[in-house]
Design a protein around this ligand. Structure first.
Ligand code: GDP
Ligand code: MG
Length: 440
């Protein structure tokens, strides 16, 4: 993970409001993290400018917790590009459903054919694998082995029958499936190490001949910056209806996913995560988003950072109590910390079996803090530092500024004075404990 990005979010988290430079700093780190994850440069540029625009907008300004809001926006945008909702395989109204695989050599097509067949068979389908890769001497055998492992049938040209025509094999394969009641056909095709005009044409011809319901473009997640050019070449040359990301078990952070989805606009349907036939799953945009930016870790880090921050603050505040320098400004800071309770409340509310805790949390009123904040923010810095300045006319001015009554201002000042007095006694007695304050 880019630790710097985590740090950036951590720092953001301490802020009640975000300045343009906070946002710029964050966007810079997001850009760095995406480039590290090998997302294509143009895609990164587009993505970050969109984040910047939204982060500077009203939804963040008005959010109770701006930093979290930014993390959420980043996540939302990532998931959006990656396809939002999961996309399922399309099945033909009249079987067989024909699924053609395309992609560079070594991308993982043949392996995927086996994985997909096994997955479909488990789901009650009757798949047939068709060996239309006649380019490599071993390709047909490899597919037969995979079919046997998956426990499904394979259609292949007879060995020793001379070099076959892959377009004809594909076409015959589909006809065979239709006559034998196979309900799905997976057509494996050839690829080269690089994009190759002749093979692209062959793939396009196979597509034309079998008119597939799905053309799945298989791409190695480790391909890095080449992802965009390869995907574009296949889109122009053959076109495809969906993407399969293979070798996600490797170190790749999955930047290719973002690049391909963003540049082609095609959904990622499956993820391949190993050499075994079971290392395969439908693609989850939200999980991939978390993987690309390590958002899961970031969210945990934010919580941890917040705890550390609270303890540090509590220590400082206790010192101020003891030395009689606790001000309304400190009081406000404490209130702002408490504001985070709102999101904690929401989180805990989602946990099963949190009933008892929820009751306690419900007694916590976030609006109270917002009102307190408004009042203190309507005071001048001098007033915040020295509550003794707060005479009648000042209180009236503050009440107007905060859109509240003088009574409420009086109540707040009273509460502040009580808290300061009580805490002073306790702090001097050497046992400063109060809800929300860590041990000193
Ligand atoms: P094709 O040329 O596109 O048909 O690619 P293959 O299916 O023959 O796969 C090429 C190599 O990658 C083989 O050694 C596979 O075992 C391996 N492979 C395929 N998919 C994955 C995957 O998801 N993870 C890993 N680690 N290896 C894979
Ligand atoms: Mg192959």
């Amino acid at each position: 993970l880019s630790d710097r990005l985590a740090d950036t979010f951590k720092n953001l988290r301490k802020k009640g409001t975000l300045s343009a430079s906070d946002v710029d700093g964050t966007v810079r780190e997001i850009r760095r993290a995406l480039l590290e994850a090998d997302v294509a440069f143009d895609v990164v540029k587009q993505f970050t400018s969109r984040i910047r625009e939204r982060a500077l907008g009203d939804e963040v300004n008005k959010a109770l917790n701006p930093a979290q809001q930014v993390v959420q926006i980043v996540n939302e945008e990532l998931v959006g590009i990656l396809g939002g909702q999961q996309r399922r395989l399309e099945f033909a109204k009249n079987p067989p459903t024909v699924i053609m695989l395309a992609g560079l050599q070594g991308a993982g097509k043949t392996t995927l054919a086996g994985k997909l067949a096994k997955w479909l068979a488990k789901d009650g389908h009757t798949p047939l694998l068709v060996a239309a890769d006649l380019q490599r001497p071993n390709a047909v055998t490899q597919l037969s082995v995979v079919a046997e492992q998956a426990g499904v049938a394979v259609f292949a040209p007879e060995p020793g029958n001379g070099v076959g025509n892959p377009v004809k094999v594909a076409k015959d394969g589909v006809a065979y499936a239709r006559s034998r009641q196979y309900d799905t056909v997976i057509v494996d095709t050839a690829g080269r190490l690089g994009v190759d005009a002749e093979l692209m044409k062959q793939a396009a011809n196979i597509r034309k001949a079998v008119d597939p319901d799905e053309v799945l473009f298989v791409i190695d997640a480790m391909i890095g910056q080449d992802a965009v050019n390869t995907a574009k070449a296949f889109q122009d040359g053959v076109d495809f209806t969906g993407v399969v990301l293979s070798k996600l078990d490797g170190d790749a952070r999955g930047g290719a996913a973002l690049s391909v989805a963003s540049v082609t606009g095609r959904p990622i349907i499956f993820a391949s995560t190993g050499e075994g036939l079971d290392d395969f799953e439908p693609f989850h945009p939200d999980r991939m988003a978390s993987r690309i930016l390590d958002l899961g870790d970031i969210l945990t880090l934010i919580e941890q950072a917040q705890e550390a921050f609270d303890e540090e603050e509590a220590r400082k505040v206790a010192e101020k109590f003891a030395t009689d320098t606790f001000t309304l400004e400190d009081f406000l800071k404490q209130m702002q910390q408490l504001r985070n309770m709102g999101s904690i409340k929401k989180m805990i509310g989602m946990l099963p079996g949190a009933g008892a805790m929820r009751e306690q949390l419900d007694s916590f009123d976030e609006r109270e803090i917002v009102r307190t904040e408004a009042i203190i923010q309507s005071m001048t810095p001098a007033e915040r530092r020295n509550a003794k300045l707060l005479n009648g006319s000042r209180r009236l001015r503050i009440a107007r500024g905060a859109g509240t009554s003088v009574t409420e201002v009086n109540q707040l000042v009273q509460r502040f004075e009580q808290a300061a007095k009580m805490m002073k006694t306790v702090a001097r007695g050497g046992m400063p404990q109060m809800p929300g304050m860590g041990p000193v």
